[in-house]
Design a protein. Structure first.
Ligand SMILES: Cc1ncc(C[n+]2csc(CCOP(=O)(O)OP(=O)(O)O)c2C)c(N)n1
Length: 291
């Protein structure tokens, strides 16, 4: 028979268990039917519930775009920023309060076009945020212009004769920039994606999760990805940067899974370690100049 204390502890644990529902805000997603972002959102709820992260300790930061509306649909803290600036905002949040779990969620336009200047620096600093890029290879919110990840030949409103530039490779970009956790998922495989999100959030350092998340309305690539995706080879060594780069650039197949992982000191801790010296330096400098 359970003791009174035991029963009370069990009851408290039950009350404190967070479920998927707890991470949902009252707002229903406004995405088009079939949008891949639904799969990414539900995988995010699941990952947070599996990790039992208190809502008050999680901040979801975004820029502008369909995918960047994600913070509205979550009951955690959120920051819907300006186009392309989610990573600097997230960096500021994490530096100010390193104990928070910070997620950056946005699109290929937001992170690989206007925000691309911030991406390699966040990765090189190894700021401990999890960056989830919902790649639909188009600008969805502004209705179907080509994006930096659109395929060559893709005809859109902004490229009526077809894209003539080589698509960016987000996984390769993250690897060369110094990201310490790099993975790829597919919105139509939400269970695997949940696993990747969970690992990315748990990883200490800059995690990048590239998600193929098709736009059913303007650029429907479901058939393409159903045909081209494959898991990373069995027994894949996540410590081999060279091999990760080789698979990040293959064009015949689109690999899913964790490409690369590395342990490196995180920026927010290293920066705070120098804080005292910086303050001293600034004060000394000031006194020398003006005292
Ligand atoms: C400074 C600035 N430039 C351009 C825009 C117009 N704009 C809004 S969303 C967007 C692209 C969104 O594409 P993506 O990030 O891929 O998100 P999606 O809507 O496809 O999820 C653009 C160009 C803007 N809001 N602000």
């Amino acid at each position: 028979m359970p003791t009174r204390d035991g029963a009370q502890a069990a009851a408290t644990a039950e009350i404190e268990t967070l479920t998927i529902k707890d991470y949902k805000s009252g707002d229903k997603p406004v995405w088009c039917p079939g949008c891949g972002d639904f799969g990414v959102l539900s995988a995010t709820y699941k990952a947070l519930a599996q990790l039992q992260l208190p809502k008050k300790d999680v901040v979801v930061v975004s820029g502008i775009g369909c995918s960047s509306r994600t913070p509205y649909f979550m009951s955690t803290y959120g920051f819907h920023g300006v186009h392309g600036r989610s990573l600097p905002i997230a960096t500021g949040i994490k530096l100010t309060n390193p104990d928070l779990t910070v997620l950056v969620m946005g699109g290929d336009g937001d992170l690989m076009a206007i925000g691309a200047g911030h991406f390699p620096h966040a990765a090189a600093r190894n700021i401990d945020v999890t960056c989830v890029m919902m790649d639909n290879q188009t600008y969805g919110l502004t209705k179907a212009q080509a994006s930096p990840t659109s395929f060559i030949g893709h005809k859109s409103k902004s490229t009526p004769y077809g894209v003539i530039t080589k698509p960016m490779r987000p996984v390769m970009f993250a690897l060369t920039s110094g990201a310490t956790f790099v993975a790829r998922g597919y919105s139509a495989k939400p269970n695997d994606l949940t696993q990747l999100l969970q690992q990315g959030i748990e990883h200490k350092g800059f995690s990048f999760i590239h998600v193929q998340s098709p736009c059913a309305e303007f650029f429907n690539t479901y058939d393409y990805y159903d045909e081209h995706i494959t898991n990373l080879p069995e027994g894949w060594n996540t410590q081999n940067l060279e091999k990760a780069m080789a698979l990040a650039t293959t064009e015949e197949k689109v690999h899913l899974g964790v490409f690369y992982e590395e342990d490196r000191p995180v920026f927010e801790r290293t920066a705070h370690e120098f804080e005292a010296q910086i303050n001293e330096f600034v004060l000394d400098d000031y006194l020398k100049r003006f005292a």
